[in-house]
Design a protein around this ligand. Structure first.
Ligand SMILES: *Cc1c(COP(=O)(O)O)cnc(C)c1O
Length: 363
């Protein structure tokens, strides 16, 4: 049997007719940018997360860049970020001229919240937790530290749409929270898309201006902005995806539960979930001694896998000037060298899930 790592086509086929109807409606409407479909999505997504405002943008990376810009964080400022994350979490910081200050990972493959306080100094402006793989970070500790030291919290929610910490939705803790709707994410568009959410009316206003050339009133430009708008077609796609988000999250959760229950192999460490967190399993990360050997074995048996992420941002070529080496953050380095993500997506056939379990168990 052949098992693809992911199959967006199957995901699309789940709600094919709804997507077609809605995209056709937008095409025929003659209104493609900053229209009613985006307004509806922004209103409904804010409501889903449990915050007042949402601003749609072009991508998750743009959301992170604009969040940091809107908070006035720039040159000379420091932002605390996990060492074990995808590089886009850090791009928003460096794009604004600020400095990323990394903390190592914990046993949940998330930012080690006990390591944050040591990194806080007079230059620190914000903490940027990332709910990696779909599991919520410990937002109690992060919120407490932010309040004590008067820091902003910017949540990177690119992988966790619908995950909760202590029964409260991720994305509702931060001063601003950033979402990606890249096609593979728990809520995905059919192209690039992203959003920011906030409870602050001033930030909401500023973000709407920044995404639209820095202009509130047409041809009157008060800030140096960008063009980063979520278009009507992608908004329509996301409105459908949002209707089914709890359903698609539970489809992946069912697969994850089967993996957790039935994969039994002493050579493999399964993901663990914090007591107060929920996990939406954007990815299913396991740890194994010999990453390459395990991937090759699975591939020989027809199962494709991926690694998230092989080169952590603190050792990325583009950040060589920061001067870090792998061992500076040993647990993040360990994850990079030992993590393998098993196939998991809404629409993955049962027999493929069963096959992955049997191949992994016989490794
Ligand atoms: C996908 C992702 C991003 C970037 O989102 P894009 O929409 O691809 O720009 C940021 N942070 C994390 C953790 C991600 O997984």
């Amino acid at each position: 049997m052949k098992v693809e790592y992911t199959a967006l086509k199957r995901n699309y086929e789940l709600y094919e007719n709804e997507y077609h109807k809605s995209v056709e409606r937008i095409l025929k409407s003659g209104w493609y940018i900053l229209g009613p479909e985006l307004e509806e999505f922004e209103r409904r997504f804010a409501e889903y997360i449990g915050v007042k405002y949402c601003v749609g943008v072009n991508s998750g990376t743009d959301a992170l860049i604009l969040a940091i810009r809107a908070l006035g964080i720039g040159t000379g400022d420091e932002v605390i970020v996990p060492a074990g994350t995808y590089i886009a979490s850090v791009l928003g910081i460096t794009e604004n001229g600020a400095t990323p200050v990394y903390v190592d990972s914990n046993e949940f493959l998330l930012m080690d919240t006990l390591a944050i306080e040591k990194k806080i100094n007079e230059k620190t402006r914000a903490i940027l937790p990332v709910h990696m793989y779909g599991q919520a970070c410990d937002m109690d500790t992060i919120t407490k530290l932010a309040n004590r030291y008067n820091l902003y919290v910017i949540e990177d929610c690119a992988q966790c749409h619908g995950a909760t910490w202590n029964e409260k939705m991720t994305g509702s803790f931060g001063d601003i929270s950033c979402f990606s709707f890249y096609p593979t994410k728990p809520l995905g568009a059919f192209g690039d898309a992203g959003a920011l959410v906030t409870n602050d009316p001033m930030l909401h206003d500023k973000l709407k201006m920044l995404r639209n050339y820095g202009s509130r009133i047409k041809y009157y430009n008060e800030s140096i902005g960008v063009n980063s708008r979520l278009d009507e077609i992608q908004s329509a796609v996301l409105n459908i995806g949002l209707n089914h988000l709890d359903e698609t999250n539970s489809m992946r959760k069912k697969i994850a539960d089967r993996y957790l229950e039935r994969i039994q192999n002493t050579r493999i460490a399964m993901p663990t979930i914090n007591k107060l967190a929920t996990h939406v399993f954007h990815l299913f990360p396991i740890l194994v001694d010999d990453q390459m050997d395990f991937q090759e074995y699975l591939l020989k048996n027809g199962v494709k896998t991926q690694v998230h992420y092989p080169i952590p941002p603190y050792v990325a070529e583009c950040y060589r000037n920061q001067g870090y080496v792998y061992d500076d953050f040993p647990r993040a380095a360990y994850i990079a060298k030992h993590e393998v993500s098993l196939p998991i997506y809404a629409g993955m056939p049962d027999e493929e899930v069963e096959y992955v379990i049997s191949v992994v168990n016989s490794y």
